[in-house]
Write a protein that binds this ligand. Structure first.
Ligand SMILES: NC(=O)c1ccc[n+]([C@@H]2O[C@H](COP(=O)([O-])OP(=O)(O)OC[C@H]3O[C@@H](n4cnc5c(N)ncnc54)[C@H](OP(=O)(O)O)[C@@H]3O)[C@@H](O)[C@H]2O)c1
Length: 292
C-alpha cells in the first residue's frame, strides 16, 4: 500500500451545502471519553495528542456530540485545538442525552435543543457551530418542531448549517421542507447496508453522508476482506474505509479511535484505491451473509 503521503487530503474533498469544503476522511471523537462513552478519558494527555495528530495529518472534519461524555468530547476538542485552524470544521449534535454509561434518552424538544446548542457553543468556544446535527428524531416530539428549532437557531446565527442523524429518507425530505439539510449521519459500512437507499438519495441531492460505526468498532471481519487486505498489504480496517470512500463521492467516513497508531492507519486508508472487482466482491458481502 502506498503510504508515501500520510494525509487525509488523499481522500479528496466533499462540500457541505456548497459552502464549506473538507477532506473526505474525518475523525469521530466519541471514543475519546471514558468507557461506555462516559466520563473523562483514562489518559487525558493521550486523548489530546490524538486530536492534535489528526489535524496534523490533514483531518479537517471532526464529529462530536454534547452527549459524548457527556460534554467531555467537546471539551477535549477545544482544549486540544483552540484556537482552531481556519479550515477546521467541527460538527456536533444534540437531542439525545447520556444519563449514564452506555445509556441514551431522547430529548429533542425546542427548549432542550436551544440549551444544547448554547452549551456546545460554550464548550467548543465558538460563536457559531458550522454543522449542527439533530442526533436522532425524538419519538415524543414532533420531528418538524425539532427541525424548526434548529432552523431558528440558524437564523439567529448560532448554527451555520443544519444536519440530521439516524434518519430515514422520509425524515430528510420532511426536514428539507423546513431548512436545507447538508449532511446525514447513519450507521453504515460495506457489511452493514441498511441505509444504502439513503446514501443514494444523499448523493443524488448533494447531501454529505457520514457513516458511523464504519469499522464495526474495529471488528470488521471476513474472508473476502482478508483477501483484499492481503492483496494490498493493508489492514482490514483500511480496506473497509477504502470501500466507503469508493462507494460515493458524498461519503465522509469518521473512524473513531483513542490511539495515534490506529489514527495513522486509518488516515493511510485515504491513499488506498480498490480495484473494481475488489469493490464489487466486498459490496456483495451482505448478500452472502443473508444466504447463510
Ligand atoms: N450519530 C450517531 O448516532 C453515532 C453513533 C455512533 C458513533 N457516531 C460517530 O461515529 C464515529 C465512529 O463510530 P464508532 O466509534 O462507533 O465506530 P468505528 O469508527 O467503527 O470504531 C471505532 C472503534 O474501532 C477501533 N479502531 C479504530 N481504528 C482502528 C484500527 N485502525 N484498527 C483497529 N481498531 C480500530 C477503536 O478502538 P481504539 O480506540 O482502540 O483504536 C474504536 O473502539 C464516532 O466517533 C462518533 O463520532 C455517531
Amino acid at each position: 500500500m502506498n503510504t508515501k503521503e500520510l494525509s487525509a487530503t488523499q481522500a479528496g474533498n466533499v462540500s457541505f451545502g456548497n459552502e464549506i469544503t473538507v477532506h473526505r476522511l474525518g475523525y469521530g471523537a466519541m471514543r475519546l471519553t471514558g468507557d461506555g462513552i462516559w466520563g473523562p478519558p483514562k489518559d487525558r494527555k493521550a486523548a489530546l495528542a490524538v486530536l492534535r495528530r489528526a489535524v496534523e495529518l490533514g483531518v479537517n472534519f471532526i464529529d462530536t456530540a454534547d452527549s459524548y461524555g457527556p460534554f467531555v468530547s467537546e471539551e477535549l476538542i477545544a482544549e486540544a485545538l483552540f484556537p482552531y485552524p481556519a479550515d477546521l470544521v467541527i460538527a456536533t449534535k444534540g437531542g439525545w442525552e447520556r444519563p449514564g454509561p452506555s445509556q441514551w434518552t431522547h430529548n429533542a424538544s425546542a427548549s432542550q435543543l436551544r440549551k444544547a446548542v448554547e452549551g456546545s457553543l460554550k464548550r467548543l468556544r465558538l460563536h457559531r457551530i458550522d454543522v449542527y446535527q439533530l442526533h436522532i428524531p425524538d419519538p415524543v416530539v414532533s420531528f418538524e418542531a425539532s427541525v424548526e428549532t434548529l432552523a431558528e437557531l440558524k437564523r439567529e446565527g448560532k448554527i451555520r448549517m443544519v444536519a440530521l442523524s439516524n434518519v430515514t429518507q422520509e425524515h430528510i425530505e420532511r426536514a428539507r421542507r423546513v431548512v436545507p439539510i447538508v449532511s446525514v449521519q447513519n450507521r453504515y459500512s460495506f457489511a452493514d447496508r441498511e441505509w444504502d437507499y439513503v446514501v443514494n438519495y444523499c448523493e443524488h441531492n448533494g447531501i454529505v453522508f457520514i457513516p458511523w460505526f464504519p469499522l464495526g468498532a474495529g471488528r470488521v471481519a471476513g474472508e473476502i476482506l482478508n483477501q483484499v487486505a492481503q492483496a494490498h498489504q493493508a489492514s482490514k480496517t483500511q480496506v473497509a474505509l477504502a470501500w466507503l470512500l469508493r462507494r460515493s463521492p458524498v461519503m465522509l467516513p469518521i473512524p473513531g479511535t483513542s490511539s495515534i497508531e490506529h489514527l495513522e492507519q486509518n488516515v493511510a486508508a485515504a491513499s488506498l484505491r480498490l480495484a473494481e472487482d475488489e469493490y464489487t466482491r466486498l459490496a456483495g458481502v451482505p448478500e452472502l451473509i443473508g444466504t447463510r
